[in-house]
Design a protein around this ligand. Structure first.
Ligand code: FAD
Ligand code: UDP
Length: 399
């Protein structure tokens, strides 16, 4: 692998079998697979000055490993994804735990057996728990929107408490809308857990953090003789699409193009901009060993930020006398202003607009949109990796 800042004057796209736009999971996984399986020479073009996309981590001025674009915790149910990524990193056995700060009281999220007892008292909490077990079964995940539909006064009491104290205000801060107004799948990401597992991802068989960080994982993933990485390159400066042809550096390009950026941006937003939420991440280094008991504390009823993450609690890094924390402030994303489009807003209008853009690349058989931006999907790292593995399977099968 070589990593170059900017494109050389004599850059010739047609010396590469594939151009990969974006060095996040979607792009890096495809680059690696095409290099390995097809002996493709691959150029990865990334507009940021670093690899790893939104999973990028680095050591801050205090020497603490932090995640620039928000806390990233690896977890998956998918054995293929896990086996693939495990070629490029070892994992720590970190198990992510989150507490909700409810007027100063700290309660496990997802809301579980212990949370019930903290919220309703030992005896009543236990009775309510037994009722939940009798209704849904032990060790079951129940989305809050399903729990709210139960026609039983005790279960309604639980649902009302959880809705009001865990979901309503946090969701208003994160999305500017109530839970009823957004895609139910978003609430379903953090179901009530009827059991004692107090991990944020209960039952996920593979979880942890890459032992030397995410950026190192990506260095290893991209470290292949046939892969060249070019940073600080916005592909819109060199690539144009029409209905049937891709032009790169003013010449038709016939190799494979893996595109992991936003489709509306590629077309100059000419059908309108796809909406997103962005997040202002505010970092602070404090002169103390530890700030909070777990990796992340969600502020579910107060404050105007959603959550505070303390990185040392996730990475296990030992740095005495200082710690770096980060607060997340969510707001509407302004297109074309250089902001980061973090969260897609999955509603019928936005999906229709996305499909409009998508239809414009349908006839370009060598153009492959993949990933969180290009597919306009709320993906976790494992979901993106799975999508990239499947796309590369498909391309490999045709070569
Ligand atoms: P990205 O990582 O966004 O990579 C796309 C790359 O393409 C970017 O580097 C971008 O600069 C580049 N690019 C775009 N346009 C162009 C262009 N025109 N020219 C050149 N380059 C371009 N997932 C988890 O599994 N666990 C978590 O705990 C977790 N936490 C998260 C927290 C936050 C706050 C957010 C926002 C996401 C989190 N995720 C988490 C999701 C995770 O970040 C994504 O699933 C993953 O990073 C997406 O990878 P990607 O390659 O699709 O996109
Ligand atoms: N959520 C909430 N309260 C919480 C945790 C999550 O209301 O304590 C809702 C909120 O709408 C959030 C969604 O559930 O956007 C998904 O949460 P998750 O932690 O998966 O979000 P991410 O880590 O992707 O930001």
């Amino acid at each position: 692998m070589s990593i170059t800042q900017g494109l050389p004057q004599d850059f010739k796209p047609d010396t590469y079998d594939a151009l990969v736009i974006g060095a996040g999971y979607a792009g890096a996984v495809c680059a690696r697979r095409l290099a390995e399986a097809c002996n493709f020479k691959v150029a990865v073009l990334e507009r940021r000055n670093h690899i790893a996309g939104n999973a990028y981590d680095y050591y801050d001025e205090a020497g603490i490993l932090v995640h620039k674009y928000g806390p990233h915790i690896y977890h998956t149910y998918n054995d293929r994804v896990h086996t693939f990524l495990s070629r490029f990193t070892e994992w720590t056995d970190y198990q992510h735990k989150v507490l909700a700060n409810i007027h100063g009281a700290l309660m496990p999220v997802p809301f579980n057996h212990q949370s019930l007892k903290l919220a309703f008292g030992e005896e009543k909490g236990e009775n309510l728990y037994q009722k939940l077990v009798a209704t849904f079964g032990q060790d079951k995940k129940v989305p809050i929107m399903d729990l709210r539909e139960q026609d039983d006064s005790e279960l309604e009491e639980v649902a009302d408490y959880v809705y009001e104290n865990i979901f309503l205000h946090y969701t208003m801060k994160q999305w500017g809308k109530t839970p009823d107004e957004i895609d139910p799948a978003v609430m379903g990401r953090v179901p009530v857990f009827i059991g004692d597992d107090d991990r944020y991802f209960p039952q996920a068989p593979h979880q942890g953090m890459p032992k030397e960080g995410y950026t190192r994982l990506f260095e290893n993933l991209l470290n292949h003789d046939l892969i060249d990485v070019y940073l600080n390159v916005d592909v819109r400066d060199i690539m144009k699409l029409n209905d049937t042809t891709i032009t790169a550096c003013d010449k038709p390009y016939g190799g494979e193009v893996i595109y992991t950026g936003a489709l509306d941006e590629l077309f100059g937003f000419d059908e309108g901009a796809l909406p997103y939420r962005t997040v202002d991440m505010v970092f602070e280094t404090l002169p103390i060993d530890h700030f909070q008991p777990v990796g992340t504390v969600n502020y579910t009823v107060s404050e105007n930020f959603t959550r505070i993450t303390e990185f040392k609690n996730m990475t296990g890094q030992v740095v005495p006398g200082k710690t770096t924390i980060m607060r997340e402030y969510s707001r509407a994303y302004l297109p074309g202003m250089g902001e980061t489009p973090y969260y897609v807003i999955n509603d019928p209008d936005n999906i229709a607009l996305y499909k409009c853009y998508r239809s414009r690349v349908e006839k370009l058989v060598n153009f492959h949109p993949v990933g969180r931006l290009a597919e306009y999907r709320y993906y976790d790292m494992d979901g993106v990796t799975e999508s990239a593995l499947e796309l590369s399977d498909d391309i490999i099968s045709h070569h």
